[in-house]
Ligand binder design. Structure first.
Ligand code: MG
Ligand code: MG
Length: 255
């Protein structure tokens, strides 16, 4: 789907969707505790989304016709799982895990996408630092997401903050969002300043760095969704849906 410029009315709805989205992630975050299962979390997520008058946008989503429909509301990605972990009953959180929870919302026909990586109990210093740095990389990417800059500026900000300290996943990327789960442009977490599509007011982007403690190499699994690090070291993933404006970028998926 082409790059779209959202209307004022669509932006109004997306702001509302983003606030609901942030609130639900806040409520889910505190449920990520030792002994809880990813399936429990997913069921809670679906109930909260529907109670808010929205629909889970990942549930039933098919990225292409060769892939089965996604079976859950959340992607729950534990430790070496980078993204798109399918929540199951036997996926039980334990002390020391880091867990990415990724939620897609369809609210009044408009789509937001946001993820957080949560620490379970007492997490190693290096995993905690990985999460803080991935969050900071997202903030750096958002800071340059301004009209007149380009998609390459976003990727460059993320990649240069990483500065080869972590594996920086290249096979997966951020994307346009708002009128669909995934829209153009493709927003990689690396790039060259000034290169790629120019950002314009009214564009809505999901920016989502994924940093790994070890290699940047990834493995795509047979279920069609799960992506893990090739060396099974931990990975962190954070994501916001943002609006490009005339001035400062507006983070839609936070209060
Ligand atoms: Mg997402
Ligand atoms: Mg996304």
């Amino acid at each position: 789907m082409a790059v779209t410029i959202k209307t004022d009315e669509q932006i109004r709805i997306l702001r509302e969707a983003g606030r609901i989205h942030a609130r639900i992630l806040d409520e889910l975050e505190v449920m990520v505790v030792p002994g809880a299962s990813a399936k429990d979390l997913d069921q809670a997520a679906e109930a909260k989304v529907r109670a808010a008058g929205a629909e889970p946008s990942f549930l039933g989503y098919r990225p292409d016709r060769h892939t089965p429909a996604y079976p859950a509301t959340l992607c729950v990605s534990v430790n070496e799982v980078i993204v798109h972990g399918i929540p199951t009953d036997d996926m039980v959180f334990k002390d020391g895990d880091i867990v990415s929870i990724d939620l897609g919302l369809n609210y009044q026909g408009l789509f937001t996408d946001s993820a957080r990586t949560v620490l379970v109990g007492k997490v190693s210093k290096e995993k905690a630092q990985l999460i803080y740095d991935t969050r900071e990389a997202l903030a750096r990417g958002i800071a340059v997401a301004r009209a007149g800059n380009t998609v390459g500026d976003i990727g460059h900000a993320i990649e240069s903050f990483n500065n080869k300290r972590y594996g920086n996943v290249r096979e997966l990327a951020g994307h346009g969002v708002g009128l669909a789960v995934h829209e153009d442009p493709y927003v990689p977490n690396y790039g060259k300043p000034g290169k790629g599509i120019e950002l314009k007011p009214g564009m809505v982007l999901a920016i989502e760095p994924m940093f790994n403690l070890g290699t940047s190499d990834v493995v795509f699994h047979d279920d069609g969704y799960t992506v893990t690090t090739a060396d099974n070291q931990a990975s962190a993933h954070v994501e916001h849906t943002i609006l490009i404006t005339d001035g400062e970028p507006e983070i839609l998926t936070e209060f």
